[in-house]
Design a protein around this ligand. Structure first.
Ligand code: ZN
Length: 376
């Protein structure tokens, strides 16, 4: 049940460093992992294209009606559409690769039976031959996604998602339990995420252990970003309460005076740092140069794509820590060079925590922490 997507996770975990070394295709391991440069990449590319989706469900799948299942599929796709639109994924990829290159389609149409010609076939407990062929290789999966075809010249492929019926993974505990709200939605959103070229990212709907974390994530199962951003984007995405650190005169540097009483600080989505104490509140707009952006390594690629229409193009965003460089003007008009870090993961005790957001400024070249959120 750990394996939602055996082939892709094997490719990413074991074979990512080899991916480019095996360009052109090579076999590795036991021969089942046929590695090509597009392994793990989006099955579908092209802004104006429509993904043809069909679904079939087995009578023993669960209590959800056909209408329910169709609405879960619709919701999962609209969740990705909203995410791709709101994060500017397509404009980001096109900024990097040019307008006709790489974009992720967000339009889909749903058919109520599968004739095999659809781009994405979703089988709710239906063991079609293409499912049975692979099912034995998994250890009681909740679900998995398998691409069966990909044409890198046009950036279009096809494949299927299989979702296990109610109770099939662990009959004693009745797992999976598709009647728990948003459980099927989260699992399906995860699998569709693989079709968009997203690897596993802890703390998001793409968490490798999503099935075990359904309870832990329970009130955010309809989200792609659960405890953390799958892709942090180019803007500060939320409002963060935190602490203004003032171990080296940071408050005085910023406000041009000494603090009076307790200090409160927050960072908002409009790139504003707000600092207040008993004497009042001051807003400090921050500007970030999107070209001055560094991304930490460590996590899997999200929205990865491969196109080879004469000149091979690889594209992928990293989900891990994002650092922006920019500037901020103090109350006295001094320009501080700042560094904003977010979406970092760190082991705290026995678990992994996400955050904090940290804002630093450079004090004659030395980065000093100015603001920091709590671990969440
Ligand atoms: Zn997965």
């Amino acid at each position: 049940m750990k394996y939602f997507l055996r082939l892709i996770s094997v490719a990413l975990v074991l074979a990512l460093p080899l991916r480019f070394a095996t360009a052109g295709g090579a076999q590795a391991g036991n021969g089942t992992d046929y590695l090509t440069p597009d392994e793990g990449a989006s099955w579908f590319l092209g802004l104006d294209r429509t993904i043809k989706v069909c679904y079939e469900s087995a009578p023993h799948f669960g209590t959800l009606s056909s209408t329910d299942l169709e609405s879960v599929i619709t919701q999962a796709f609209s969740s990705w559409k909203n995410y791709i639109d709101s994060k500017g994924i397509n404009s980001t990829s096109q900024t990097l690769l040019g307008p006709e290159k790489i974009a992720f389609p967000t339009r889909s149409e749903i058919h109520q039976t599968c004739n095999g010609s659809e781009d994405l076939r979703i089988y709710f407990g239906v063991k079609k031959p293409e499912v049975s062929k692979l099912l034995d290789e998994f250890n009681s999966p909740f679900a998995f996604a398998q691409r069966t075809n990909y044409d890198a010249k046009v950036g279009w492929g096809s494949g299927f998602i299989y979702v296990a019926p109610q109770g099939a993974v662990d009959p004693a505990q009745s797992l999976p339990n598709w009647s728990t709200p948003n459980t099927l939605l989260a699992i399906l959103t995860h699998e569709i995420g693989h079709t968009y070229g997203c690897g596993h990212v802890a703390g998001t709907v793409m968490d490798a252990n999503l099935a075990q974390k359904l309870g832990y994530f329970s009130n955010r199962l309809d989200q792609i970003d659960i405890h953390r951003s799958l892709w942090a984007g180019l803007k500060i995405a939320a409002k963060y309460n935190g602490t203004l650190i003032s171990d080296a005169g940071q408050f005085e540097t910023l406000m041009g005076r000494a603090p009076s009483g307790p200090v409160h600080a927050d960072l908002s989505e409009n790139s504003l740092l707000t600092v207040s104490d008993d004497l009042g509140s001051t807003k400090f707009p921050m500007t970030f140069d999107t070209n001055m952006r560094a991304v930490g390594a460590g996590d899997n690629l999200v929205f990865s794509a491969y196109l080879n229409n004469g000149s091979p193009a690889h594209f992928g965003l990293r989900s891990n820590a994002v650092v922006y460089y920019g500037s901020l003007k103090t109350a006295k008009g001094q320009i501080l060079n700042i560094m904003y870090e977010s979406n970092t993961a760190q082991t705290v005790g026995s678990g992994v925590k996400y955050g904090p957001v940290t804002l630093k400024y450079f004090d004659q070249g030395t980065p000093r922490v100015l603001f920091q959120t709590q671990w969440n």
